[in-house]
Design a protein around this ligand. Sequence first.
Ligand SMILES: *Cc1c(COP(=O)(O)O)cnc(C)c1O
Length: 379
Amino acid sequence: MNHGFETLAIHAGQDPDPHTGAVVPPIYAVSTYKQDGVGGLRAGYEYSRSANPTRTALEEAMAAVEGGARGLAFASGLAAEDTVLRALCRPGDHVVIPNDAYGGTYRLFARVHERWGLHYDPVPLGDLRAVAAAMTQKTRIIWVETPTNPLLGVADIAALAQLARENGALLVVDNTFASPYLQQPLALGADVVVHSTTKYVGGHSDVIGGALVARDASVGEELAYHQNAMGSVPGPFDAWLTLRGLKTLGVRMDRHCENAERVVDLLLAHPRVTSVLYPGLSDHPGHEVAAKQMKRFGGMVSFRVAGGEAEAVEVCDRTKLFILGESLGGVESLIEHPGRMTHASVAGSPLEVPGDLVRLSVGIESIDDLLADLTQALG
Ligand SMILES: *Cc1c(COP(=O)(O)O)cnc(C)c1O
């Protein structure tokens, strides 16, 4: 389908049900399917670990909005990550990862896959020479997050894709923070996109999920084989909730960005704030690259406060509308202290984050209420 983003999000993989005309794909709460004679599958459905029509709708929609040949849905973002690593890597291989990767991603590499002989090196991905220097004969994947969590670092997807290609490696991009609405890694040369659909795609903080989208059908086939063989698939209700979220991703994302820009203005002018981390700021080191590869700069904002860790924790305790909690990307605004919450597991590692840092997931509430809440919390 050669349609615009919002049209694909609402229609791709979601033709009205042929039997009833239902305009939304039904929740197929079913494990097995009647065969018309041995091996006579209807539309290929045999057993719901292998395929389920509600999940197929989500997978086709995700492939369409990312512009890939094949989409696959998983029980969580980390299940998707585990699957892509086991499908594409072998013991002895090497992966370059961001030196400020999502904490759970770092843990998957450091505590799980390292034991099975998959080696990794954390590198600042904004520094192309450092990435090139870290690559070895055995490097199979450059793993990219952009913008990163919680420091909002930016990596040049097109440049890294070229570097990967020249060295016989694949480029995998975790597109969770930007969402496919703001950034299209496959069009920039990435091989596989990873999502925690728990975040912006689901968008309502009511479901855990993950997705992979492959640019080429052959890589997609390998991932699909492992999805079925490993079995970390979402149930049909989770797939349905995620698909429901995806339909409004574009309009939500526009409001997330608009509200985040207003929050950034407030923080920049506040005497208790020592720095604001947002790729939309012209003095952000990754601003030019972000402006080239993103439609807008997203709904995540981090900032540092004058009073160190104690004040950062106090600010998190004082907000009323910004809910103190982990995760991000939902309609409601969230605040957190990365050092003690989402990134506590990387304390003491090269991925440790500063104690005076506060992270916001700016929601889509009325902006005046959000600004008033931050103003009172900052004191
Ligand atoms: C949350 C998150 C993940 C992990 O996804 P889950 O759905 O929690 O398993 C991976 N990458 C990023 C950038 C995330 O924010």
